[in-house]
Design a protein around this ligand. Structure first.
Ligand SMILES: Cc1cc2nc3c(=O)[nH]c(=O)nc-3n(C[C@H](O)[C@H](O)[C@H](O)COP(=O)(O)OP(=O)(O)OC[C@H]3O[C@@H](n4cnc5c(N)ncnc54)[C@H](O)[C@@H]3O)c2cc1C
Length: 441
């Protein structure tokens, strides 16, 4: 296997924690474990778009899958695609959209790999109708450190199939996967943007738009008083008009340096949130938009994570079950505004009840809230600790893909099936996340 003498450090998207990891690039599906001078512990990684330490391993070896990015087979009659696990969703869209097919589920960035999408069992704006990414992956190959190569599906090696979907890279290396794409006739999305004030209006919009394929809300989590929890509810469906489906252009803008701390002050956040709310002048707008700005507004600016400065940032994402959802989300938003910390981007979404095939998948029926907060010494960590505890009291859970703070007891309360999952972990596979949440078990 080719070896690089010195490989740059690997960072997760939140740039916290920063850990020393060695990176071993994989190019071929049999590079691992053959030819690898196996260090005691390894972890496969993709684009590092997870926010915390689920894609990190201190003093271990990260198996970078980005060289395994080939499309292997496509059936144009059914839309079933087989590709290597380092293929990004961006690459799939470039191939599939001009042919009239689209991803079954997509997160808020297209710069993630298929392996990463399966290992975190990602969800998107269509969770209420489509479930998670894993629900559209009928089969994949898993390579274990003992050299076993296992095809996994609901019928074959079903236990490893379930453990690997949402298995955070700990059950082995996914080398290829099959993804069931969904047909489209246009690259356009029929869009509706509706302004709301407060969680009750958000919930009313969510129940009246349950038929729409994509729904999500941006929420202002800085304003208080009458503007508390105001936001824009966004609804989208693929347009049925037959149109040209040209490939998209690569993003042009990039954040070249880390932003200074004043850019992240509460007044600038308040200004940003106010401008964002008022950028839509009317209460209700409709239109046809390209899928790129609808699904991936942040991808237009490369390295936008540098906006949060050198210390990095944390993302908080919880899901609170419906029985406590409304009051729970209000309490969490109040805790955030009271802490005097603010976020540029906070999103709220109702998750559906389609079960995930993954044993450890994050989504569950309820309301999910996700927001980014810059790391400010002495303030951000206590707030996150409090939010995690509130989530636990409310019977919800946090998303490992976004986490760098939950404690072992919190993890084990969020995922009581963790011991069952631990039986399927490959003994040579480890992550900083897993070490953190199981060390005291
Ligand atoms: C702007 C932005 C928006 C996002 N929006 C969403 C969203 O809407 N919904 C959502 O669910 N997530 C979202 N995410 C999170 C992101 O989708 C996940 O963290 C995803 O897993 C990242 O994929 P990656 O290729 O970067 O993998 P990495 O972050 O490098 O790794 C993620 C996990 O996958 C494992 N892994 C990677 N490749 C393999 C492989 N070949 N075999 C086995 N395990 C592997 C790793 O060990 C690790 O545990 C968002 C992230 C960003 C930056």
């Amino acid at each position: 296997m080719p070896r690089t003498p010195k490989v740059p450090a690997f960072e997760s998207w939140g740039r916290y924690p920063r850990l020393d990891c060695r990176v071993e690039p994989l190019y071929w599906r049999d590079d691992f474990p053959r030819g690898t001078r196996l260090p005691p512990e390894v972890l496969p990684v993709g684009m590092g778009r997870s926010y915390g330490d689920v894609c990190l391993l201190e003093d271990g070896t990260l198996l970078s899958t980005l060289g395994m990015d080939r499309l292997l087979h496509f059936d144009p009659a059914t839309g079933l695609l087989r590709c290597e696990s380092g293929t990004t969703l961006d690459e799939i869209l470039r191939f599939a959209v001009p042919r009239g097919w689209f991803l079954p589920v997509t997160p808020g960035t297209k710069f993630v790999t298929v392996g990463g999408a399966i290992a975190n069992d990602i969800h998107g704006k269509n969770h209420h109708v489509a479930g998670t990414f894993g629900a559209h992956v009928p089969a994949f190959e898993l390579v274990r450190s003992d050299g076993a190569r296992l095809t996994c599906s609901a019928a074959e090696n079903a236990d490893l199939y379930a453990a690997t979907i949402g298995g955070m890279g700990l059950t082995g290396l996914i080398t290829w996967a099959e993804i069931q794409l969904r047909p489209i006739s246009s690259r356009k999305i029929r869009y509706e943007g509706i302004k709301f004030r407060g969680i009750d209006e958000f919930l009313a919009l969510s129940s009246s738009n349950g038929h729409a394929e994509y729904t999500v809300a941006w929420i202002d989590c800085v304003s208080r008083g009458k503007n508390f929890a105001r936001g824009i509810y966004m609804v989208g469906d693929h347009s049925e008009a037959i149109e040209e489906r040209k490939p998209s252009r690569a993003p042009r803008l990039s954040v070249p340096v880390d932003f200074p701390a004043f850019a992240l002050s509460r007044p600038s956040m308040r200004l940003f949130n106010g401008l964002y709310y008022h950028k839509q002048l009317r209460r209700h707008v409709t239109g046809l938009v390209d899928y790129e700005p609808f699904f991936y507004p942040l991808d237009a600016v490369l390295h936008w994570n540098r906006i949060y400065g050198k210390r990095g940032f944390l993302q908080f994402q919880c899901v609170i079950p419906f029985r406590y959802g409304r009051d729970g989300i209000v309490a969490i938003l109040e805790a955030i505004t009271e802490a005097g910390l603010a976020s540029f981007l906070a999103v709220l979404k109702v998750m559906g009840d389609r079960p995930s095939p993954g044993l450890m998948s994050f989504p569950q029926p309820g309301i999910t809230l996700a927001l980014d907060i810059a790391i400010k010494p002495g303030v951000t960590f206590p707030l996150f600790d409090r939010l995690a505890e509130m989530t636990r009291e409310l019977g919800g859970r946090l998303y490992p893909a976004k986490d760098a703070r939950m404690t072992g007891p919190q993890f084990r309360a969020f995922y009581p099936q963790w011991q069952q999952f631990a039986q399927y972990r490959d003994p040579a596979f480890l992550s900083a996340f897993w070490e953190r949440v199981t060390a005291d078990a």
